[in-house]
Design a protein. Structure first.
Ligand SMILES: C[S@@+](CC[C@H](N)C(=O)[O-])C[C@H]1O[C@@H](n2cnc3c(N)ncnc32)[C@H](O)[C@@H]1O
Length: 274
């Protein structure tokens, strides 16, 4: 297929996805979107993107299948333990000064990150005063997150990450095992609100003390990254924290002046006053 035709077809497909279902991938980083769409086309057996577009417009069951390809669902509990160690050692002492806390995990995937924070906050004695918001655009991921059940063979990594993050308890205190799975204690999600929210098309979440958004902005183009960072700035209390993790940063954002470096290596920022 010539590059020009593929370019036209991909743009039309993303436009159809937006107009029909309001999922907006038009400004995601193009190279990775195209790679994923090619994979979807091959595996779902379509001769070209126009045929995929037709099916998408007329058959709603195509939507979750396509979203499965367009969104990357890779996560781990306490992924990049140094990030969680920095939250524990540097951010938590500030959070302790607030009587109540709101924490937003944006792009929560299957919930691994929000359960990690819930465990960390319990270990630090902050859980009772905290509400966590865990958001994503992928419904299947949100359902997985709200179940809190993970394959047992992932627990070795989760346990090691938890230990390296400075965990003060044993991860096994928080789950029971059944049929090859680890079932996380439902008390961990009693203070978590899971919801469908897009960083591309939806509005601010008010008065957050910490926003953690890791491994999400890498899939956006510059303009979209900027929109999301503006959204985060508006959603934070003064002196609130934004954690982007080591792979992303604010350097090129028009909102960079609104934040100060807090833990440089982990790209944790603090909203400036005003
Ligand atoms: C690679 S996962 C990151 C999971 C977790 N934050 C971590 O670092 O382990 C990326 C997540 O971003 C979500 N995502 C993609 N576009 C999004 C958007 N516009 N708004 C909110 N979440 C989005 C995907 O569905 C996916 O669950």
């Amino acid at each position: 297929m010539s590059d020009i035709i593929e370019d036209i077809e991909v743009r039309l497909l993303l436009e159809a996805l937006y107009r029909r279902y309001h999922y907006d991938f038009r400004d995601y980083a193009q190279a990775s979107i195209r790679r994923r769409l090619r994979q979807a086309r091959q595996q779902l057996g379509f001769p070209n993107f126009s045929a995929m577009q037709e099916q998408l417009l007329h058959d709603e069951t195509m939507l979750p299948r396509l979203l499965g390809y367009l969104t990357v669902q890779v996560s781990e509990m306490f992924r990049d333990p140094a990030y969680f160690r920095a939250i524990r050692e540097k951010v938590v002492p500030h959070l302790r000064t607030y009587p109540s806390l709101k924490i937003w995990v944006a792009g929560c995937s299957g919930g691994e990150e929000v359960y990690s924070l819930a465990i960390l906050f319990r270990e630090e004695g902050l859980e009772d005063r905290t509400i966590f918001y865990a958001t994503d655009i992928n419904q299947d991921a949100l359902e997985t997150a709200s179940r809190g059940i993970y394959a047992l063979d992932r627990l070795k990594t989760f346990t090691e990450n938890h230990r390296l993050s400075g965990g003060k308890s044993s991860l096994s205190d928080y789950y029971t095992t059944a049929y090859g799975n680890a079932v996380f204690d439902k008390s961990l999600r009693e203070r978590v609100v899971f919801s469908d929210h897009s960083l591309v098309t939806d509005a601010v979440f008010a008065e957050m003390h910490l926003i953690s958004c890791r491994n999400v902005l890498i899939y956006f183009n510059r303009d979209l990254q900027d929109r999301a960072i503006g959204l985060f700035r508006e959603s934070l209390v003064r002196s609130g924290f934004l954690g982007l993790g080591s792979k992303e940063n604010l350097r090129f954002s028009s909102h960079a002046d609104g934040f100060a470096d807090f833990v440089r290596s982990e790209k944790i920022y603090q909203r400036r006053e005003g």
